[in-house]
Design a binder for this molecule. Structure first.
Ligand code: GLA
Length: 389
């Protein structure tokens, strides 16, 4: 039984004087390859990971949401009758989900709960998508509506774009909702078709946290997204998904746009090649694709930073590493590395020592496993709470 599961349940019982009726779990994710391609209607290959956000909850007979965070040691409350925008910390993600569900016709009930998580925040492992989907699952459990993973992922993205005001693509929410244990998820972000791809037993997926965090990430992210939209429009395309390498010499594209477009074109090709490499068990080829993805993110898309480059260089130099790259939006956070199974410990120690020597920073390095997407556990057949209004 998960430690986090126990902690939310115990705290819930102590705080509210009775057990929760439901537990929900929403995982973080690591993207193996396919970065900044989702909002260009391209391809991505992420996996949900065994780090997650948990909420223990119980419906309330009124229209209030009361949620205590073990990580922040504070409580967030609001009424479903007054969902107003404000910039409050983690609670705004919960409110944003209430807002988007309400706007889309879901009948919401109040609930009280306790939340905890072990996804590092701002590290590129999608703690915000997990928080959004955990909140959506809590509303589904408390209000008694059916859980439809892809619809919920799309609504969570609407909240992220319009309430949180980060113009992120659909990858994080989709894989958080639809992840499959032991598999990465190959997603075509044009039609949202998802294909689980078995992960090879002879390799471990390692997260190498540079302990730097995104700075100015949201505005830079939105800027990259705009660059891509402008480049597509100048090429007369609806999305860069359809751009070809020969388009890069188009004089319509100003100095920076050919680089942005080249990243998207080559990254999409790398994702397709990575799926083939995984299916044929060619880990050396997969590793080369990861390394090439990092170079493209660094040089063409310009979303890396020196600590990420340093970490990737140290990982790539290790004989048991197939390949490594920054993962997530960039600007800080984590590197993902594919390492020969059995070599994790020695790899981690050597890379962490090299990283400390080079940057003066402590790296946190750990293995992750591919996990299932959102889970709702509990008495889903309980009678809906009596409404007072
Ligand atoms: C963030 C966004 C995703 C995606 C990645 C970059 O994680 O939320 O939609 O664009 O950055 O690949």
């Amino acid at each position: 039984m998960s430690e986090l599961w126990d902690r939310v349940t115990e705290t819930f019982t102590a705080l509210y004087g009775g057990p929760p009726t439901h537990l929900v779990r929403a995982p973080g994710r690591v993207n193996l390859i396919g970065e900044h391609t989702d909002y260009n209607e391209g391809f991505v290959l992420p996996m949900a990971i065994d780090r997650a956000i948990w909420i223990a909850l119980r419906p309330r007979p009124d229209r209030h949401i009361k949620l205590y965070s073990l990580d922040f040691a504070n409580e967030f409350t609001f009424s479903l009758d007054r969902i107003t925008y404000s910039q409050e910390g983690w609670g705004k993600y919960i409110k944003g989900i209430a807002w988007v569900l309400h706007n889309n016709g879901y009948q919401l009930s109040g609930w009280e709960g306790v939340i905890v998580g072990d996804i590092p925040i701002g590290a590129g492992l999608s703690s915000s998508a997990a928080l959004e989907l955990a909140a959506a699952a809590a509303f589904a459990a408390a209000s008694g509506f059916a859980w439809e993973p892809t619809s919920m992922a799309k609504l969570a993205q609407v909240s992220e774009n319009s309430w949180i005001r980060v113009k992120s693509g659909i990858m994080d929410q989709l894989v958080c909702a639809n992840g499959k244990q032991g598999h990465a998820l190959f997603i075509d972000c044009r039609n949202l078709e998802m294909t689980p791809i078995t992960l090879p037993p002879e390799a471990s997926v390692l997260i190498l946290d540079t302990s730097t965090r995104r700075e100015l990430a949201d505005s830079e992210y939105n800027k990259r997204r705009r660059d891509c939209a402008v480049a597509a429009a100048k090429l007369g395309l609806s999305a860069l998904r359809d751009a070809k390498l020969e388009d890069l010499s188009n004089p319509q594209l100003d100095p920076v746009l050919p680089k942005r477009a080249r990243h998207v074109i080559t990254e999409n090709a790398r994702v397709l090649a990575a799926v083939t490499a995984l299916q044929s068990g060619n880990l050396a080829e997969l590793g080369n694709l990861l390394n090439a993805s990092h170079a493209s993110l660094r040089d063409d898309f310009e979303v890396s930073r020196s600590e990420l480059d340093q970490m990737v260089a140290l990982a790539e130099a290790h004989p048991d590493c197939y390949g490594a790259r920054l993962t997530g939006a960039g600007f800080g956070g984590c590197v993902v590395a594919l390492v020969r199974r059995g070599a994790e410990k020695e790899f981690s120690e050597r890379v962490a020592a090299g990283y400390l020597a080079a940057t003066g920073l402590n790296a946190e390095i750990y293995a992750v496993n591919a996990a299932d997407g959102v889970q709702i556990i509990g008495h889903l057949d309980i009678a809906p709470p009596i409404r007072k209004n």
